[in-house]
Design a protein around this ligand. Structure first.
Ligand code: GRF
Length: 206
């Protein structure tokens, strides 16, 4: 089946961007009960599931339950979209080369949390977001596409986050579509797109 499962923990705006772009989403699964994105998915008639990590004694048992829910939909791809749990090597290995993440920085700069605050503190002049394949090395998998925005003198973490998020919503559906169309080629840890579509976006208009 040519569909994807999206994992979220919160607001779900990237998930929504995937739906708006017409990406076939079989289900949206959250580790957080009441995550706002679940209601959006339900309104659109998408199947939703909750696997609350707090209900499990270990990461392994949580991940086993999560994998069970994902696999019930037989997705071609798992898309992490604001999924805020670190995933262990066993789980990640089960979805090798078929799990993507969107991260709000130009990786390999600023893996982890609070990326916008850290970008401002470092005084970088370009910031952005990255879609990458998920590996056991947090926020370090093969890079599929990146979007860059300029950092403005008067930026706050919130204004920068907003400008980056706008690009996330452009970049993620594009990358997922490439995957579903069988156009992504991973070779020695780097990713190319068959047909040579631009794997970057630079938006200095905002
Ligand atoms: C996004 O900035 C995403 O890159 C990061 O967490 C945020 C989630 O936002 N991983 P949303 O839930 O998609 O609105």
């Amino acid at each position: 089946m040519s569909s994807i499962v999206v994992l979220i923990s919160g607001r779900g705006s990237n998930m929504q961007a995937l739906l708006d772009a017409g990406i076939p989403v079989a289900a949206v699964i959250s580790n957080v009960t009441g995550a706002a994105g679940l209601a959006i998915a339900e309104q659109r008639g998408i199947a939703t599931r909750v696997v609350p990590h707090k209900d499990y004694a270990s990461r392994e048992s949580f991940e086993e339950a999560l994998a069970g829910q994902i696999d019930a939909f037989s997705p071609r791809l798992v898309a992490l979209a604001g999924f805020m749990r670190v995933l262990g090597p066993g789980f990640v290995d089960g979805y090798r080369d078929r799990m993507l993440n969107i991260h709000p920085s130009l990786l390999p700069a600023f893996p982890g949390l609070n990326t916008h605050e850290r970008a401002l503190a470092e005084g970088v002049k370009l910031h952005g977001c990255t879609v990458h394949f998920v590996t056991a090395d947090l926020d370090h998998g093969p890079i599929v596409a990146q979007a860059a925005v300029p950092v403005r003198r008067d930026d706050t973490a919130a204004s920068l986050a907003q400008r980056v998020l706008k690009q996330e919503h452009v970049l993620y559906p594009r990358a997922v579509r490439w995957f579903l169309d069988g156009r992504l080629v991973i070779k020695r840890g780097t990713v190319n797109v068959k047909g040579n579509d631009a794997q970057f976006v630079f938006d200095d208009s905002a």
